[in-house]
Write a protein that binds this ligand. Structure first.
Ligand SMILES: [Zn+2]
Length: 262
């Protein structure tokens, strides 16, 4: 296997249309993908929180009958403001900021030797060049922590992502980073799930994306119906996963099988 990090300016001269896919330059394969420049402003969660936010937390403490000046709460408004700023830092980021140049063209030798790191059992594409159609890549059990926009209470759980590569694959850690961008906002689980799938479609233009999110919601556990064990599952299927029930089945099976001994 030969991974080649690609810095991606489109080639000055496009290759001949009848060039075989195996001989295409990686830059050509990436030419149709979005540029990798960081265009969003990244907030610094360690910087001083806005005074208005600190004042709002002081007012909140007073509103529930507390005394913000007592010793235990003296620094709480600033701490809470800093924490909320971090927990909502995803507003200042977009997926392109974290994907950067972590897009790779992966060559799989025709004998299948070397394999592919993220290849799943089932071996789609085994024995053939990966370009333009590799096997399903699945990363499961990505940790998720977010805040529900209805109650400002946490929900947490796991994200499972699968995709069928097009021209490129994505650095695996970037799936977790994309998840964090959308989790660090006020959210509902349904929208979060769709946003992760849409971001992957936009950034690496795979043949299909499948995202499943499983979460426990503190607004259900600590208040209201007080269901501490109720798990909410949402999913988003795009591209080939929306069209092909057998692909969906393969994905669901891969995230439901017991974890291997790693
Ligand atoms: Zn809620």
């Amino acid at each position: 296997m030969a991974d080649r990090r690609v810095a991606a300016p489109p080639p000055a001269t496009p290759p001949a249309r009848d060039a075989p896919a195996e001989e295409e330059d990686p830059a050509t394969l990436l030419a149709g993908l979005p540029p990798t420049s960081a265009v969003c402003v990244q907030c610094d969660p360690d910087s001083s929180p806005p005074p208005a936010l600190v004042a709002a937390f002081s007012a909140l403490l007073r509103a529930i009958g507390e005394d913000p000046s007592r010793e235990g709460l003296r620094l709480t408004p600033e701490r809470a403001a800093r924490a909320l700023r971090f927990l909502t830092s995803g507003y200042a980021l977009c997926p392109r900021d974290v994907v950067g140049d972590a897009k790779f063209v992966v060559d799989v030798p025709s004998c299948g030797g070397g394999g592919m790191e993220a290849r799943l059992p089932g071996g789609r594409g085994m024995g053939a060049p990966l370009r333009g159609g590799g096997g399903m890549v699945v990363v499961r059990d990505i940790e998720l922590h977010s805040l529900c926009e209805h109650h400002l209470l946490p929900f947490h759980g796991r994200v499972h992502v699968g995709y069928l590569p097009g021209a490129v694959v994505l650095g695996l850690s970037k799936l977790a980073r994309i998840t964090q961008i959308f989790a660090r906002r006020l959210q509902i689980q349904e929208r979060l799930t769709q946003q992760i799938a849409a971001a992957l479609m936009d950034e690496i233009q795979p043949r299909g994306v499948a995202v499943v999110v499983e979460c426990l919601h503190m607004c259900m556990a600590m208040r209201g119906v007080e269901q501490r064990a109720a798990v909410t599952t949402t999913n988003a299927m795009q591209g080939a996963f929306a069209d092909d029930p057998s692909l969906r089945q393969e994905f669901w099976s891969s995230i439901r099988t017991p974890r291997s001994m790693l």
